[in-house]
Design a protein around this ligand. Structure first.
Ligand SMILES: NC(=O)C1=CN([C@@H]2O[C@H](COP(=O)(O)OP(=O)(O)OC[C@H]3O[C@@H](n4cnc5c(N)ncnc54)[C@H](OP(=O)(O)O)[C@@H]3O)[C@@H](O)[C@H]2O)[C@@H](O)CC1
Ligand SMILES: Nc1ncnc2c1ncn2[C@@H]1O[C@H](COP(=O)(O)OP(=O)(O)O)[C@@H](O)[C@H]1O
Ligand SMILES: [K+]
Length: 532
């Protein structure tokens, strides 16, 4: 895993490097500028460069890079667009050094044409508001020009915290960043606007001693920021995350998963989930589905057991007893894909949530039902402070994983979808804290969080934007829960496995032609060589 910082975490790293280790800001800036110069020369071979500088330290990097390019015989002009009175000390110093080296600062209406490369050093991690007026005009003019663009730290206009465009933003061919990647470089649309991203070591020390506790280092005091930083999921992390398998294992101890899925006409969702669960190592899978689906499911997945869901779930009915037997049988359960949202689906989900004691993953219609009827999720199993008596239900809120896509998350939180897309990490964290659930907020970037620890998946591809991909993920996470992984671990491992299978599928089939069922077929490509 790799850490992804927001702007205040990055600033805390800068400050601690300067304060704790005594490394002057000018040294860090010189190293940053050297990285920019080297990347410019190596990737664009320019003879003439226009550097756009703002008044902050991002502009300081720009002035310094321009000076270093001139030292190599490259013509580097600077277009300064900012307020002299608000220039940082470091930026002023670098402007002075640039001028003393014979550099030319052009008027802010200078032409952009005639250069081999534009270096964008207007705003970096200090972007604090919407880009308007002459700044927006300049950014739009750069985007209209044919000249390649190298952005310093962030494409100007992209928020380092969210990847959102604040007004307008540079579309870069290459972005050079320093020490740690920023969230805004990985979240969309920022990820795309960065172009290629290169990270250089400039000597900034990381004050984060472990996986948790950044807030203590930054001392924000804001409960909304009291969490550890975000980490990426990486392919190399997979072996350590996977459940172990032993030579003397048998099907009964490798995880028994119950999949509650597939209303009439929705057998496909159950099939996709069951096939992915079996490919993820589950010892046994049983699909509890509408009786109409028996033939389809048993033909498509002969390895899975089939249980027709009972029509009558009233207390003491045979149907209730049958459901209770399957709930007793399984180690974990997955519910929701193709479940439907009719009255029967609601009562099935309600009885299931009330009576099941193991770990669950909830997806699709289970989440739509939950959004309409939040009361069906029993409260967390907390000891009663007064009587210390056992709670009424055994269901523990923290033992469930939910896997909403942004539309489902919008229904769950009653927030507009734009709000979810603009701040997926904040939304997922806050919902997780409120409910005690492990949240997997899916998308081109998937967030996995238990409210404290947060992982961002940057793997996978657009070929997975096809109906049924989510059902496959539900099966994978369910299988991992059944094999004994804790909810957060099952969620992060499942998301990683799913994305890696998607990348293997895309490599062979292409992103246009791959379909959800291919994800299960490519799971062995990911898993077969991993030693236990
Ligand atoms: N510290 C270090 O050790 C190192 C830091 N490094 C570099 O420093 C960068 C961070 O520098 P930073 O903190 O000075 O912020 P920065 O990105 O220049 O932006 C602030 C300026 O933008 C302005 N501004 C903001 N929004 C605006 C808007 N919408 N529209 C108009 N203006 C707007 C804002 O104006 P103000 O709010 O003051 O009016 C202020 O002038 C970082 O990304 C990296 O490149 C490297 O050298 C490595 C070592
Ligand atoms: N562009 C993309 N890049 C990476 N992963 C993607 C992309 N689009 C979709 N996915 C993944 O595919 C899955 C789609 O799930 P979902 O939206 O629930 O689909 P469905 O409901 O059709 O099964 C999620 O795991 C999501 O992260
Ligand atoms: K920039």
């Amino acid at each position: 895993m790799k850490v992804l910082l927001n702007s205040s975490e990055m600033k805390a790293c800068d400050v601690s490097t300067m304060m704790q280790y005594g490394i002057p800001s000018a040294v860090l800036m010189e190293r940053a500028a050297l990285a920019v110069r080297d990347a410019a020369v190596e990737h664009f071979h320019p003879e003439t460069v226009l550097v756009l500088c703002g008044s902050g330290n991002n502009g300081g990097d720009g002035f310094a890079a321009a000076r270093l390019l001139m030292d190599q015989g490259i013509r580097a002009d600077v277009l300064f667009l900012g307020t002299h009175a608000r220039m940082t000390e470091q930026c002023q110093l670098e402007e002075e050094l640039f001028r003393r080296s014979g550099g030319q600062v052009l008027p802010d209406d200078a032409r952009l044409s005639g250069y081999d490369l534009i270096i964008d050093a207007l705003f970096g991690i200090g972007l604090s508001r919407e880009v308007l007026g002459r700044y927006a005009d300049l950014i739009n003019a750069v985007n209209r020009s044919d000249t390649p663009v190298l952005s310093v730290d962030m494409p100007s206009g992209v928020s380092a915290d969210s990847g959102q465009v604040l007004g307008t933003a540079i579309r870069a061919d290459l972005t050079v960043t320093f020490q740690f990647e920023k969230l805004g470089q990985k979240l969309f649309p920022g990820a795309e606007l960065c172009g290629r991203l290169l990270t250089f070591d400039v000597g900034i020390r990381n004050p984060i001693p472990s996986h948790t506790g950044f807030s203590a280092a930054s001392g924000s005091g804001n409960p909304d920021q009291e969490h550890s930083p975000v980490y990426t999921l990486e392919e190399k992390d997979l072996p350590a995350l996977l459940p172990r398998r032993h030579a003397d294992d048998h099907k009964g101890n490798c995880g028994k998963l119950l999949i509650i899925s597939g209303n009439t006409g929705m057998a496909g969702a159950a099939i996709l989930a069951a096939r992915s669960a079996l490919r993820s190592g589950a010892g046994m899978v049983c699909v509890l589905s509408h009786p109409d689906n028996r033939l389809a499911i048993q033909t498509a997945v002969p390895e899975a057991l089939f249980a027709p869901w009972p029509a009558d779930l009233s207390p003491d009915s045979d149907g209730r007893k049958l459901l209770a037997r399957w709930l007793f049988w399984c180690d974990a359960a997955a519910a929701g894909p193709g479940l439907g949202t009719d009255a029967f689906s609601l009562s099935l989900l309600t009885v299931f949530l009330k009576n099941f004691k193991g770990h669950v993953v909830l997806d699709a219609d289970a989440l739509n039902l939950l959004a309409e009827h939040p009361e069906i999720l029993p409260p967390e199993r907390l000891p009663d402070p007064v009587s210390d008596s056992a709670p009424e239900t055994e269901f523990c809120g923290v033992s469930a994983v939910i896997t909403p896509h942004p539309g489902e998350m919008s229904r769950l939180t009653h927030s507009p979808i734009d709000v979810i897309l603009a701040g997926p990490i904040r939304v997922a964290r806050s919902y997780s804290r409120k409910t005690g659930l492990t949240v997997v907020l899916k998308g081109a970037r998937t967030v996995v969080t238990d409210g404290t620890d947060t992982m961002l998946n940057t793997l996978g591809n657009e070929g997975m934007a096809t109906a049924g991909s989510g059902d496959s993920l539900t099966g994978i996470i369910g299988a991992l829960l059944a094999q004994g992984l804790a909810p957060f671990d099952a969620a992060q491992t499942g998301v990683l496995l799913h994305a890696m299978a998607g990348d293997r599928a895309a490599a062979v089939l292409g992103t246009r032609s791959m379909k959800a069922g291919d994800l299960a077929d490519f799971l062995p490509e990911v898993l077969k060589d991993i030693r236990f």
